[in-house]
Design a protein. Structure first.
Lengths: 348, 293, 308
């Protein structure tokens, strides 16, 4: 991941920031809770971010931090029971999705907003032909008849890099390899030319070499079609490569937010710093692989104040009593940490 | 309430599996209903002679086919016999058949299943093939065929039903044995000298308990149904022994004149089978570890 | 597809051999002298005639030759003659079997028509009143003894309400009560199975992914959920044909439906062993063939099976 790449992305990013009010997606204070037997799980507890047209926005965090639930909440696909979106606003192209009824959401899902999932094997119906599954997406949003829809399906299979598309379209998911299945999912998502693509850990379950192929495919498609992408992952390497803006999530909240370049060059939040340090690297020799102490927090009884404070090496007493707000430390680079509130930090 | 918990803890230990199971069952009303009916049946069967208002075989031809009345709540049959008493004694037959059949199948099934699992090889293959055939083929048909060959009596019915029923248990025991065989700590205890029998008793049996008891409970329901059916066809008990099935059979000839003869024993039979099924179903839910979060 | 069908059909052969072997052994084990059984004579008859009969029936041959001859006869359709009526068993059986199959298939249809919709509704409205009622109701239905149920329905609908004929065979109305009687028990099972299968399927990722495509709730349920949920149901259906077949014996008896069940039971009561044997043999074969047909239907729903 050369410096040049990062610089170029940064430039593009700054250009886009100039068109400041062109938000495609504007999430503010989203709260999604799960009402379970064990208690109330605050999976997403006040998350806000904005995605501009043409941006690739990364949502980063460890498992269980709420990033997938955030994505599902945008499309209102959270399983209910036991989950419920209890607060916030999700503005998509100016309209609040949380106010829309089911029928309107059906229009948007797979149409203007598409989603691809982590496990391509279980996300495809095992007993329906691959081509038919693409056709379903087509016919849910256009008026094409079945023959034309089939043609289109075969065409897009070719475009996502599947050789022999005619033959493959008639096959079942179990007859394709993992990488091909993921391409099929991408095909299903993109055939309707969505404005926003939500990718929930699309490469996590794939072999490393295939990962690279899929990521390249996504990047190519993105630059060709200028589709906005919400890219969810726990892999910082991927974020560095494909995203121009990112938000780091921890225990249901966003702790850092900014352009890829600024976050990687100057990580503000202690959690981000530790995350970066924990990534094994070949270019810098390290004698000890650093890990983050402590356990992932219990979302039924989260720590008071700043949720990271039990594991934070810099924590002070004030951290357990006040929830830190997002503080703009550099230009367009925010962190939710009291270190950057000089007043409060100094006095404690 | 907390005292009850203390007592439970005393008997069953901390955070006991058993108490979780019992709690689950307590909230399962249909299962409790089933258990209640089962207990009622047991009492009926054991104390039949005491509870019966009349001798089940006492005939009174002048009063045949009488409908239910105060003296004879279930009416009289075609020989003037009191149906209530016959039903009470019939419970003896049904429960006896059930218990005997299940016990024998359990014994055979456990023995063969354990043998199959331990020895493995072609013994295992042969036993399992036979079990598969039995499991695949409708048991009742086999039982009918067997009674046809062996002759029509209640003993033969029990034998036939037991022969049909053992494979289910054999399968369960066998898979437990195979699982236990593969566990490391079993290898270790074997090295230390524990005999096979000991391993069987202390590991295989307790772990198989759950699926076996569910199978056995539902199996009781099936055995009762099967016995009634075979007796209905005349292949089981011979007159004048009062099996619920045979009462229904004879009542069939008078179904339009005296419907109570067929209707009432049938209701009792249906309730009994239902009871075992409901309880077995409740047991299955209570023992299912997936529901215990 | 064809290869799969052929593969399955080939399985009939070993099963047929197995079943015929068992039938043969049963025949040999039947108490009583087979000659006397076949001839229906008293033991005091002419001994030399019996001896020649014995030789003619091949009873002095080694057992495997007897089996071979038996198999040969069976394959040629010679199942002996009924002791009671002296009619060829094969004739009686081939008349009776289709009627039983008609009954069994009809009851299967009844069971599916009732069971699947209720099961589906129950799964969609989990934990509701409908769901709990369904759970108890389906166990209740499955616990009812079919011979008794048949009698009850006969009493209510034929006698008191006069809606259906009491028993017999010939007109379409005759099949209603028998089919419903036999089907109700199975309906209970299918309801429960459909419910649990649907619940399992609805949790799957591909359902969520289908919704994310923008498909309507109805589309997702019918095109994806139901089809996948049917897989374990169809699996069980094959086994259930066995129970239906067994139940048919009773229902035919109650409603005087002239199928194989009635034939067999009558034969057992009259100790007409050739008929009993023939009926059981044919029933077993029918059971196996039905299972194969079910397997083939199954492979339509779940194409993965063909490639194993």
């Amino acid at each position: 991941m050369g410096l040049e790449t990062l610089l170029t992305q940064d430039l593009e990013y700054r250009e886009r920031r100039a068109l400041e009010n062109n938000h495609l997606l504007d999430v503010s204070d989203l709260k999604t809770y799960f009402f379970t037997k064990r208690g109330l799980v605050r999976a997403v507890d006040g998350v806000s971010f904005k995605i501009n047209k043409g941006n690739v926005f990364g949502l980063v965090g460890e498992s269980g931090c709420g990033k997938s639930v955030t994505a599902l909440s945008i499309l209102k696909l959270v399983p209910d029971p036991p989950g419920k979106i209890v607060g916030g606003r999700v503005l998509f192209e100016g309209e609040d999705l949380l106010q829309k009824n089911e029928k309107e959401m059906e229009d948007i899902r797979g149409g203007k907003i598409s989603m691809i999932f982590q496990d391509p094997l279980t996300s495809l119906d095992p007993i329906v032909r691959v081509g038919d599954q693409i056709v379903e997406a087509i016919r849910a949003h256009t008026d094409l008849n079945s023959d034309r829809a089939w043609e289109k399906a075969v065409k897009i299979l070719g475009e996502v890099g599947i050789p022999d598309a005619e033959v493959r379209a008639k096959q079942y998911p179990f007859q394709l390899s993992g990488g091909m299945r993921q391409r099929v999912m991408i095909a299903i998502a993109l055939v309707t030319e969505p404005h926003l693509l939500i990718a929930d850990e699309p490469t996590t379950n794939l072999d490393v070499t295939i990962q690279a192929q899929i990521l390249t495919l996504l990047k190519d498609i993105q630059s060709k079609t200028n589709t906005s992408v919400l890219f969810i992952t726990h892999n910082l390497g991927i974020v560095a490569w494909i995203c121009n803006e990112l938000a780091v999530m921890y225990a249901g909240r966003i702790v850092e937010y900014g352009s890829t370049r600024s976050v990687f060059n100057n990580p503000l939040h202690p959690y981000t710093t530790l995350l970066l340090k924990a990534v094994p690297r070949l270019d810098i020799s390290k004698s000890v692989l650093e890990s983050i102490e402590g356990d992932v927090p219990d979302l039924v009884n989260p720590p008071s104040g700043c949720r990271f404070h039990p594991r934070c090496p810099y924590a002070k007493k004030i951290c357990s009593s006040i929830e830190p707000p997002m503080i703009e430390t550099e230009e367009a680079h925010y962190a939710a940490c009291l270190i950057y509130d000089k007043e409060k930090w100094g006095s404690s | 309430m907390s005292r009850l918990k203390d007592v439970k803890r005393l008997f069953f230990g901390e955070a006991s599996e058993l108490s979780i199971i019992v709690d689950h069952l307590k909230s399962d009303k249909p299962a409790l209903f089933g258990l209640g009916v089962i207990l009622l049946l047991v009492i009926m069967a054991v104390f039949a002679d005491v509870i019966s208002p009349y001798d089940p075989n006492a005939q009174d031809l002048s009063r045949r086919l009488e409908p239910p009345s105060w003296e004879h709540p279930f009416g009289r049959d075609e020989f003037g016999r009191d149906i209530l008493s016959r039903i009470i004694h019939g419970s003896r037959i049904s429960l006896t058949v059930g218990v005997v059949v299940i016990s024998i199948s359990l014994l055979i099934g456990t023995a063969l299943g354990a043998l199959s699992g331990y020895i493995g090889g072609w013994v295992d293959m042969v036993i399992m093939r036979i079990a598969d055939i039995f499991l695949a083929f409708p048991g009742l048909l086999l039982a009918i065929g067997l009674t046809a060959v062996l002759g029509q009596s209640i003993i033969n019915v029990m034998a036939a039903l037991a022969i049909v029923n053992w494979p289910g248990y054999a399968r369960v025991i066998r898979s437990q044995v195979l699982y236990i065989k593969g566990l490391d700590y079993v290898e270790a205890s074997r090295v230390m000298g524990a005999s096979n029998a000991r391993i069987l008793v202390s590991h295989v049996l307790p772990n198989s308990f759950a699926p076996i008891i569910v199978l056995a409970t539902i199996g009781m329901g099936w055995a009762i149904l099967a016995e009634a059916g075979l007796s209905f066809l005349g292949l089981g008990v011979q007159p004048p022994t009062p099996s619920w099935g045979s009462i229904i059979a004879t009542g069939r000839d008078f179904i339009f004149r005296a419907p109570h003869i067929t209707t009432i024993p049938g209701i009792v039979l249906a309730l009994s089978i239902l009871a075992f099924n409901l309880f077995g179903d409740g047991l299955r839910d209570a023992l299912d570890p997936r529901l215990r979060i | 597809m064809l290869r799969y069908i052929v593969r399955r059909l080939l399985l009939v052969i070993p099963v047929f051999i197995g079943v015929s072997l068992i039938a043969f052994l049963i025949m040999k084990l039947t108490p009583g002298d087979p000659v006397l059984n076949v001839l229906g004579m008293q033991p005091t008859s002419d001994p030399s005639f019996i001896a020649s009969m014995r030789a003619e029936l091949g009873l002095d041959d080694p057992i495997y030759i007897q089996y071979g001859k038996f198999l040969w006869r069976v394959l040629h359709g010679d199942l002996g003659r009924s002791i009671g009526s002296n009619k060829p068993v094969i004739l009686l059986v081939s008349e009776a079997l289709p009627r039983t199959l008609l009954l069994v298939v009809s009851s299967m249809i009844v069971a599916i028509a009732i069971g699947i919709p209720i099961g589906m509704v129950s799964s969609i409205k989990q934990h509701s009143v409908v769901d709990h009622a369904t759970r108890v109701g389906s166990i209740f239905a499955a616990s009812l003894p079919d011979f008794w149920l048949g009698l009850m329905l006969m009493m209510i609908f034929s006698y008191y309400l006069g809606l259906t004929p009491i028993s017999g065979y010939g007109r379409p109305e005759h099949i209603i009560l028998p089919a419903v009687t036999l089907g109700v028990g199975l309906a209970g099972l299918i309801t429960r199975l459909t419910r649990s299968s649907m619940l399992e399927v609805i949790r799957q990722d591909y359902i969520r992914a289908a919704k994310a495509k923008g498909m309507s709730e109805r589309g997702v349920i019918f095109k994806h959920a139901l089809r996948n949920a049917l897989i374990p149901i169809v699996t069980v259906l094959g086994l259930q044909f066995g129970f239906l077949l067994a139940g048919a014996f009773f229902v035919e008896w109650v409603f005087a439906w002239p199928g194989i069940g009635r034939l067999a039971v009558q034969a057992i009561q009259q100790r007409d062993y050739p008929v009993v044997l023939g009926a059981l043999l044919v029933t077993s074969i029918a059971y196996v063939v039905i299972n194969i047909v079910v397997d083939i239907i199954y492979s339509y729903i779940d194409p993965r099976v063909q490639y194993e």
